[in-house]
Design a protein around this ligand. Structure first.
Ligand code: MG
Length: 159
């Protein structure tokens, strides 16, 4: 039976940090602040996958109070989500996600993001959708104070 999950994440943009989205380092004047590499796209996808199997969110598996996860690449969170699905004999059907960022331009990096997300999950790039939009200059995203991502995932689980 196919189960769906939803995920959302947001991080502040700050000076002095590298910007990682979908496992890709994107040249920019600011980066996302957080305990890990703060890859909001991978975090949203992770929560969508965990939600599809009825699990708790990414913070339950990787508390931001634990020094082991400081600065780690977020692909390890996706690898854990894939492992949780595999232990239930589940299969990822597809993931679809949207990055909401006023700047920088995300589109040129999407093909590589799909590759990196697919590799971390052990699936084909064809199963991964990633889009990007601006926030039309409105609100905190429009003011470039942060970047958000939302995702849905479907997982086929045995009944
Ligand atoms: Mg996060």
């Amino acid at each position: 039976m196919v189960h769906v999950g939803i995920g959302y994440d947001v991080h502040q943009l700050v000076a002095g940090r590298a910007l990682f989205l979908g496992g890709v380092e994107i040249p920019h004047t600011k980066g996302l602040d957080g305990h890990s590499d703060a890859d909001a796209l991978m975090h949203a996808i992770c929560d969508a996958l965990l939600g599809a199997i009825g699990e708790e969110d990414i913070g339950h598996f990787f508390p931001n109070t634990d020094p082991r996860w400081r600065g780690v690449p977020s692909k390890i969170f996706l690898e854990e989500a894939a492992r949780q699905i595999a232990t239930r004999s589940g299969r990822i059907v597809n993931v679809d996600a949207t990055v909401i960022a006023q700047a920088p331009k995300i589109y040129p990096h999407i093909a590589l993001m799909k590759q990196r997300v697919a590799a971390a999950l052990g699936v084909s790039e064809k199963q991964i959708g990633i889009k990007a939009t601006t926030n039309e200059l409105m609100g905190f995203i429009g003011r470039e104070e942060g970047i958000a991502a939302m995702a849905v995932a479907s997982v086929d689980l045995p009944e």
